[in-house]
Write a protein that binds this ligand. Sequence first.
Ligand SMILES: Cc1cc2nc3c(=O)[nH]c(=O)nc-3n(C[C@H](O)[C@H](O)[C@H](O)COP(=O)(O)O)c2cc1C
Length: 169
Amino acid sequence: MTPEPRILIVFYTSSGNTQKVAEAMATALSADWEKLRMLKPLEANIHGKSVGNFINIMRAGMHARGGHKADIQPLTHHPADYDLVIIGTPVYGGCLPAPVRAFCEQYGAQLKTTAFFCTGESLTNELVFELLQQASGKTPKATYAFHAPQILTGKFLPQVAEFVGQVMK
Ligand SMILES: Cc1cc2nc3c(=O)[nH]c(=O)nc-3n(C[C@H](O)[C@H](O)[C@H](O)COP(=O)(O)O)c2cc1C
């Protein structure tokens, strides 16, 4: 009997959307998951109202567009131990949040097979998959762009099932 593939889902989240999708995927795929944490956290929520949040959105967007890498905390899982690593990211200014870029550049060479997903307010975020591919050096087996309003209303599980089907082909 062929053993089940070992799958790790690595994601960054600030306001929780990407984590919701990652957790649903982890359940569907019996996968482990790892949340990327910055050494100096930068909380930013597109729906937040405070001045501090607004400043953080500007900073996080500037960092993403500038191709910055954030220092991230050591991981609790070893990506090299997994047959497939799924990378999940919010879209910031059409680009990669600094902790996701850091993960891709630090660990990309160790990844055997990858798949990517993103969450964003826009319906046209496919460009971010090219950035993930460039930063990790890996061509993904599957990609999926989740729409944040559907995550907020809990209507994203059919999309998770579609992505899982592509990943397990
Ligand atoms: C700094 C910042 C920049 C953003 N830029 C975009 C963008 O360019 N395109 C988009 O579709 N959504 C953008 N968003 C919205 C987030 O991608 C979206 O809310 C995402 O689901 C947040 O994920 P999280 O809840 O896991 O942090 C931005 C949000 C922030 C905080």
